[in-house]
Design a protein around this ligand. Structure first.
Ligand code: NAD
Length: 461
């Protein structure tokens, strides 16, 4: 649905008026378009690197950044890397990357203040800020765990402070997982993540890394991907983005949506599969299809329904249908595919949850139960699947412009759109790009993550 306020606020008159009245001033977010010529490509971005004293990941970090862009400069806090050009105060940049992995205690936190105090004004519109720390649970001393946990407060507050569509994220990097950074840095530094902000992402060690010469423009080349709920909305966008990235798509939706589903599948030379996921034999049928295809590489559990009512007024079938489609069917399908070898080794499972599952929402006890359960499924299965090199992650969309949100009454819709750091709703493609990042073979270090695609919505923050 068209966001007229966003368009108005981006006209000359609109910008003046909204500023005078102190109203939200959303910026049109820069989004990735394959083959784009006018906008900067990632390789042209300028990145400013800073670090706490004593960092021992500067060599792999600067090598990874150099593989992404040729324009990396070093803040005075970075010592011992004479190969990086020093940053001149006042030089504008597209991104800041600060390595806080050696932050040992809070009394050393002045280096964070110094770096961001000197540099945040240099970040251009649509810029990116990335902090890298160590997972608190992995720290050797309580003092270090406290300092590392404190980074969350800094990153989330920075994300609220920096306007102009600048996003801020915190990466908790497990020791020894430096070789898993590239996929995540590429995603977070690019315009594929423009509606993702204020997030905490954990990168773990993994047995595989992307091979030399990995084609970052076709990361899913040859991969067989099942997307459920693919006939419209977010699902149709996931199909398009993954096809762009080289995947072979199996597009699934209910039999009533066959015409729209065929259209989506034909557009990407994929296959359509009409199947009601709540049917008793759905998992069995999927196992058969996966076997015929020689196993699938990626499963995207996107299909979902809402049947809103306060619990006192909710009929039992409203409860059971939502829990069945949104959660139990995913559990059954995962179990069937995993036990039958229908998901190949190195496979990816990506589940679509919702911020309702984090924050709760009036009239959505059934939906929030199902979406919170999806997060539980991701977190409980991740360590089990790791034995087979399979990852599982969740995306939790906030307010995304789809038919579902177009049906919300005007005042609630406007609140949903504006109550986030971007002061606008996201687009289906924002969710799709996040899913494609998790699906990449280069994302082996990402599992058990729950990443919100919500423009840093204040709900559940
Ligand atoms: P949508 O209603 O446009 O699409 C959902 C799709 O799932 C439909 O095509 C539908 O036919 C399909 N589906 C429903 N039941 C099914 C079943 N039993 N078997 C097979 N397919 C079935 O919704 P959307 O906005 O594109 O949402 C996609 C996902 O994102 C859902 O899981 C939703 O809960 C989640 N989500 C959306 C938003 C948003 O703002 N739009 C926010 C948070 C989460």
């Amino acid at each position: 649905m068209k966001d007229s306020y966003l368009n108005f606020a981006n006209t000359g008159f609109g910008a003046k008026l909204t500023s005078m009245l102190g109203l939200p001033q959303p910026l049109v977010l820069e989004r990735y378009a394959a083959g784009q010529t006018k906008r900067l490509t990632l390789g042209q971005h300028t990145v400013l690197l800073g670090a706490c004293e004593g960092s021992d990941i500067l060599a792999p970090l600067s090598k990874t950044l150099a593989a992404i862009t040729q324009n990396v400069s070093a803040h005075s806090s970075v010592t011992g890397t004479s190969t990086i050009t020093p940053w001149q105060s006042g030089d504008r940049v597209n991104a800041l990357v600060f390595d806080a992995t050696k932050l040992q205690n809070t009394s050393a936190s002045g280096s964070l203040h110094e770096f961001f105090n000197q540099t945040v004004r240099a970040v251009k519109a649509n810029g990116r800020v990335i902090l890298i720390g160590r997972p608190p649970a992995d720290c050797d001393t309580p003092s270090m765990a406290i300092a590392q946990r404190a980074l969350e407060g800094l990153s989330r507050s920075l994300a609220k402070e920096l306007k102009k569509a600048i996003t801020v994220q915190l990466i908790y990097l497990h020791s020894g997982a430096e070789n898993q950074l590239e996929s995540t840095l590429r995603f977070l530094l690019s315009s594929k993540s423009s509606y993702v902000s204020g997030q905490v992402i954990t990168i773990s060690k993994a047995r595989t890394t992307e091979a030399d010469g990995f084609d970052w423009s076709q990361p899913l080349a040859g991969k067989k991907v099942l997307v459920t709920g693919a006939s419209q909305g977010i699902g149709a966008s996931i199909v398009e983005v993954m096809a762009r990235d080289g995947a072979q798509l199996i597009c699934l939706d209910i039999p009533q949506a066959t015409a729209a589903l065929d259209e989506v599948a034909n557009r990407v030379k994929g296959r359509s599969l009409s199947l009601d996921l709540s049917a008793k034999n759905a998992a069995e049928m999927l196992v058969e299809q996966a076997r015929n295809d020689g196993g699938w590489d990626v499963i995207v559990h996107n299909a979902g329904i809402t049947r809103d009512k306060t619990i006192a007024n909710m009929k039992p079938e409203f409860w059971s249908s939502v829990v069945n489609v949104n959660l139990s069917s995913q559990e059954r399908i995962n179990e069937a595919l995993l036990s039958s070898g229908g998901l190949n080794s190195g496979g990816r499972i990506i589940c679509v949850s919702s911020i309702s599952g984090i924050a709760g929402n009036r009239g959505q006890t059934n939906y929030a139960f199902s979406k919170a359960g999806v997060i539980g499924m991701v977190q409980s299965l991740a360590p089990i699947l790791a034995k087979n090199n399979i990852t599982i992650n969740a995306v939790t969309p906030g307010f995304i412009e789809t038919k579902m949100t177009a049906a919300i009454p005007f005042s609630i819709r406007e609140a949903g759109r504006r109550l986030n750091s971007m002061s606008q709703g996201g687009l289906p493609v924002d969710v799709a790009e996040t899913i494609a990042w998790f699906a990449s073979p280069a994302s082996s270090g990402l599992s058990a993550n729950v990443v919100r695609v919500c423009g840093q919505s204040i709900l559940g923050a």
